[in-house]
Design a protein around this ligand. Sequence first.
Ligand code: FE2
Length: 339
Amino acid sequence: MTETLRCALETKFPLRMNEKGIFRILCVSDFHAPCGRRWDPRLKKALDALVDACLPDLVFIAGDLTHDDEGVGSEKLLREYIADIMAHTEELGIAWAHIPGNHDRETGIPPHVFSAFSHCLSVRGDEKLSGYGTYLLPVWPHDGCRENGPVCCVWAFDTHTGLGRYSESLGLPPEWDLNLPKMHTGFSHDDGVHFNQTAWYWELSAEMEALYGRKIPGVMFMHRPPTEMYLVGKNPTMTGMTGEIREEIGAADINTGLFAAAYERGDIRAIISGHDHINTCGGTYMGIFLAEDGGLGYDVYGDDDLRGGRVIEFSAANPGDIRTWHLHVQDCLPGGGEK
Ligand SMILES: [Fe+2]
């Protein structure tokens, strides 16, 4: 086993299939806590209601926990914020993890604040990778035996914290971003997963297949959607799309090949992203389910009837065949949620 894979498989504590042979993930995002003042208390109520309704084995926060470059204003306030919104998840002993979104500057949400929480599995990941928060969370059998490898894998990708420009996060001249009048999404030169992260996934995925003699089914989480998400939105019938698209899909406009790598590897069952607050769309393109989780925060724009999270469920009996649905806050709170 290479050192890269050995490190990637080591997590603060191991994730395991639950006693029913299931591993259920709740993916939420886009809380957008404001800088310098208290966050809307409805966020905590909504998150707690989603957690109680689906009792996940992992809560994954797919970015934009804060809104400004300065985060919520101070490290002390950030600690209070995370302690407040994650208190219920922590008390239930449920594992959780996060990645940054384009609104989260690393200076604004220092990683050590997160790692101090006992059930938080967020890590920076391999230091050779760009950004912060590209890492693997293997899910082992319920008995903890590692001999035959993980049952399934959670892949977390940073789509970079800069406010958009691909050139900016690569340190390249801004004039290298050619802003063509006709782009996929209208968000031209938005940043996404970089090639070194795609290569990292490819290498680990291939090594695990060689080591364990099978492809390990997985789900990828990221903040900004991959470019192929746009294709699902444009082809709802053929992709079997469900859910809503109420704003333009803010996908990365420069395709750096992650979807193609996942397709060629053949182990990724779903790619779930945040970023767009009023999109809950999900459809299958080339055998991979692509979805947006809708926003959850109340300090930012959003639609009450869409607020919620995306649930992904693996089973030990057939880990390659996932179950997934959008869980609405209004279906989990008494009275349909506060206005
Ligand atoms: Fe975002």
